[in-house]
Design a protein around this ligand. Structure first.
Ligand SMILES: *[C@@H]1O[C@H](CO)[C@@H](O)[C@H](O)[C@H]1NC(C)=O
Ligand SMILES: *[C@@H]1O[C@H](CO)[C@@H](O)[C@H](O)[C@H]1NC(C)=O
Ligand SMILES: *[C@@H]1O[C@H](CO)[C@@H](O)[C@H](O)[C@H]1NC(C)=O
Ligand SMILES: *[C@@H]1O[C@H](CO)[C@@H](O)[C@H](O)[C@H]1NC(C)=O
Ligand SMILES: *[C@@H]1O[C@H](CO)[C@@H](O)[C@H](O)[C@H]1NC(C)=O
Ligand SMILES: *[C@@H]1O[C@H](CO)[C@@H](O)[C@H](O)[C@H]1NC(C)=O
Length: 781
């Protein structure tokens, strides 16, 4: 459970108060995303396929109605007497059956197939699809439980009601789902509330491309019953061609089952109709083969972590912790989110991990904000779990502890993305770091296409042993190679497993084509471990002015005593060692512009968390400005620190402010004629060889420039999208018709008719690059 201080229960939607708050992680986590993240950051897009309810693959089709019919055809094979069948995904094996004539089932299953994974069966996706379609077409909300297991072959035929069936056959078919005459009439009325009959597929029923069952084919309402009772119906299964060939099944069932009693009650009371449909659709998706263990109904998490990742850094003394946490914001907006973490020894860390907004998402009933973080932790203390402390805009606070035990972070086996790679021949190399003696193995999941017409892939799993490599800090590195066919449409998902724990669900996207090695030792970490409190604090940068030097850059000579005249009074041998041999008698360049291809920007403050430049880092005992520039050619900025450290990035963290140039006074480890920052001080350069992508040119739009996000509201308040392969062109077409669109954070796209006044131009110069989230905004010309 979670604790929410000062917030009264009345603010929590009433159905949430009866559902248990889930504990993370759960096998239903993917389903939860599909149900609740409709648009925006990390959205899954399942609901988009049926939103609005009238959406269809062409103008005479309604996808929501096709999904509902397909779900029904899958579920109706269930038999409460034998316990067999039900919603089991067997429809994927029955697409050639005459019972599924037309394109509705093929296209529905094809739309669902991409959502199927090792965690989520097709039948669970169908349950989530039933939730999103009913929610899109009405206020009816079915509860979705996870855990269905898919059939591996077609089910028996003869279960699907056909329009030409006698009412007695319908009765038997619905009785197998546990429904009496009233349930049968209600189910048919609910099912035929949206969509219609295609003349192309059923020429014996209608000549129209699409003959709707009622006049509101894209609203799941009782209009079908109202029109039937009032005698104004155009339902092709009541009137028209079907009356002459006994395919008028709606008329025969409504009229003969109970002399119109049920259909009249539905016509008289929209709420009765909604309640009946909710209950029957629930029956439909919960009809599962005997023995299936379904989860509790899925409710949205108040707080849900995403992409948590530990990465051992060069030298093995620090470990980077990155990820996002999603907070439900339905009840109110948020002013601050922090992670209060417990280290691997069980002690609660003094300083919480700060976060910043990465994006927002919305579902039918909820809104969410995502907060991202990246922090470097000392490897010895590391992390074992965290709680999430949320401050809402109305100043109320809540701490979410994941039902008591916190959100767990396993540091005994970690996947090392920077050392892993995927080469052009399709050879995947995966490197893992393991903290104890357990030997890990690599597990790879690949989606394998099945024979036509089944569009749902099967999941193949392979296990590969991992070979020991070097030791880095307290970790042992392991590596494994795996070749997979280059042509594979579905890239593998993989994980490293050791004993009872794993770091899994990794993707190959973004992996380099050749692997980097992890440096086993790092000079600055030797300094840190070898020594005194002063050096320690310079690394954790808790103090902003650890070394108050008296040297100035205008002096042509800097002595070692200048460099280490520490304000605390404690000097450190290792700093002496760094400085004295190289700089005591050497002339340093007052204007450190060693190469025509770089431009010195000044001396900047750097913290460990977050780093001033956080994209990449390296260190070496022969560091020079040129070497760092060469390591950072992919980035706009690079900076040198502490004689031997090199950092790259396209943005400078907002906490990194300019400091007196004299603070950057340490000679570079590779040349005594250049300066390489200082403790918590970065000599910052722009890389003139970095070619910034040009301003986007889109026909019909003017590029407005780089704009800030407002602090309380987004710059562009309309629809939003997020895609791994986002381009300006993609965003332009997603936002088609709106006056403005903008791109942010690499993968996010926002649309709106107006640009909020809280957003201001944020030119691409250094100081405005302090903004972490520049927005490229384009306006319709
Ligand atoms: C939450 O924790 C309690 C006590 O440990 C446990 O009984 C309950 O099952 C947990 N709830 C969930 C949803 O896991
Ligand atoms: C759903 O409920 C809202 C609020 O009560 C109402 O405005 C809307 O018309 C309802 N939609 C449907 C499809 O019934
Ligand atoms: C729409 O799709 C249906 C079913 O696939 C097909 O029969 C019909 O010809 C299509 N209509 C148009 C206008 O494309
Ligand atoms: C049921 O209602 C329909 C439509 O109003 C009507 O045509 C039919 O005769 C009624 N059937 C019975 C058995 O009352
Ligand atoms: C090593 O780590 C694995 C995974 O956490 C665990 O299962 C195992 O018990 C640990 N072994 C030792 C000796 O600590
Ligand atoms: C600057 O870059 C150019 C083009 O890559 C290169 O030819 C030249 O050697 C570089 N100059 C310096 C001083 O590194």
């Amino acid at each position: 459970m979670y604790t929410r201080i000062f917030i009264t229960v009345s603010l929590v939607a009433h159905w949430r108060s009866v559902l248990a708050v889930p504990t993370w992680p759960a096998p239903t986590d993917e389903l939860e995303d599909m149900m609740f993240l409709n648009t925006g950051y990390r959205s899954r897009g399942l609901a988009n396929l049926v939103t609005p309810c009238s959406k269809g693959l062409n103008t005479s089709r309604v996808t929501a109605a096709e999904w509902l019919r397909t779900a029904f055809h899958d579920s109706i094979s269930g038999n409460i007497y034998t316990g067999a069948g039900g919603l089991d995904g067997s429809i994927a094996w029955e697409l050639d059956s005459l019972e599924n004539e037309g394109n509705f089932a093929d296209d529905s299953v094809a739309a669902w197939a991409p959502f199927v994974s090792d965690l989520t069966s097709l039948s669970d996706v169908i349950a989530a699809a039933t939730y999103v379609l009913t929610r899109s077409c009405s206020n009816i909300s079915v509860a979705v439980r996870g855990g269905r297991v898919d059939a591996t072959e077609a089910g028996p035929s003869g279960f699907v009601p056909q329009p030409q069936n006698a009412v007695s056959i319908f009765r038997n078919q619905f009785a197998r789902l546990g429904l009496d005459d009233q349930g049968m009439v209600q189910f048919i009325a609910c099912g035929h509330s949206i969509g219609g009959v295609h003349g192309g597929d059923h020429p014996e029923i209608t000549d129209s491309a699409l003959a709707n069952f009622d006049t509101t084919p894209a609203v799941l309402d009782n209009q079908i019953a109202v029109e039937y009772v009032s005698g104004t119906t155009n339902d092709p299964l009541v009137v028209g061609k079907s009356t002459t060939n006994t395919r008028n099944s709606d008329f025969r069932v409504f009229s003969q089952a109970d002399k119109n009693a049920t259909i009249r009650s539905l016509a008289a009371d929209p709420q009765l109709f909604a309640n009946a449909c909710k209950s029957l659709f629930q029956t439909m998706i919960d009809q599962v083969p005997a023995g299936t263990q379904l989860s509790d109904p899925i409710a949205p998490y108040e707080v849900k972590p995403y992409a948590l990742q530990l990465t051992l850094l060069d030298g093995g003394s620090r470990i980077r912790f990155t990820g996002d946490v999603r907070i439900r914001t339905t009840q109110g907006t948020i002013s601050q989110v922090q992670l209060v973490y417990t280290d691997r020894n069980g002690a609660v860390a003094q300083t919480p991990i700060s976060t910043s907004v990465k994006g927002t998402a919305t579902g039918f009933d909820d809104s969410f904000s995502f907060f991202g973080f990246s922090t470097d932790l000392l490897v010895d203390t590391s992390i074992s779990s965290f709680r999430v402390s949320v401050t809402y805009s109305d100043s109320t606070q809540a701490t979410y502890d994941n039902n008591g035990s916190g959100f767990q972070v396993v540091d005994t086996v970690i996947y090392q993305a920077p050392q892993s790679c995927l080469d052009s021949s399709g050879k995947l190399t995966v490197v893992a770091a393991v903290r104890n003696q357990t030997v890990p193995h690599l597990q790879v999941l690949i989606k394998v296409p099945q024979a036509e017409p089944n569009p749902v892939p099967s999941i193949s799993m392979s296990t590969v042993p991992m070979a020991a490599q070097s030791a880095v800090g307290p970790y042992q590195l392991y590596s494994a190679d795996l070749a997979f066919p280059n042509s594979l449409a579905n890239p593998p998902v993989f994980g490293v497993f050791a004993g009872s724990v794993s770091d899994s669900r990794k993707s190959v996207s973004g992996l380099p084509t050749s692997c980097n090695t992890l440096a086993p030792a790092r000079q600055s970490s030797q300094i840190k471990t070898s020594s005194s409190a002063t050096t320690q604090s310079s690394i954790s940068s808790s103090s902003s002015a650890i070394v108050s030097t008296t040297a100035t850059l205008s002096s042509s000579s800097i002595t070692s005593s200048d460099i280490v005249s520490a304000s605390s009074g404690t000097s450190t041998q290792s700093l002496h060692a760094t400085g004295s041999s190289t700089s005591s008698s050497t002339t340093l360049s007052p204007s450190p512009t060693p190469s025509a291809n770089v431009s010195f920007q000044g001396c900047y403050y750097d913290a460990v968390n977050p780093r001033a430049l956080s994209a990449e880092s390296t260190s070496s005992s022969d560091m020079t400005v040129e070497e760092c520039a060469a390591a950072c050619t992919q980035y706009h900025y690079f900076g040198l620190e502490y004689a031997r450290e090199c950092y790259c990035g396209n943005t400078l963290d907002s906490a990194s402010t300019q400091q007196p140039a004299t603070d950057c006074n340490m000679p570079c480890s590779g040349t005594s004629t250049q300066l390489c920052g200082g403790p918590s001080r970065l000599s910052l350069y722009t890389n003139l060889l970095y070619s910034q992508p040009s301003n986007p040119q889109i026909p019909g739009y003017d590029y407005k420039g780089c704009y800030s996000e407002g602090t309380t509201t987004r710059a562009l308040l309309g629809a939003s999208f997020s895609e791994a392969d986002m381009t300006v062109q993609t965003c332009a077409s997603l936002c088609q018709g709106t006056a403005y669109f903008g791109l942010e954070y690499g993968r996010e796209c926002y649309c709106a008719p107006t640009l909020q006044s809280s957003s201001s131009p944020s030119p691409n110069n250094l100081h405005h690059a302090l903004r972490r989230k520049p927005n490229s905004v384009l306006r319709r010309a």
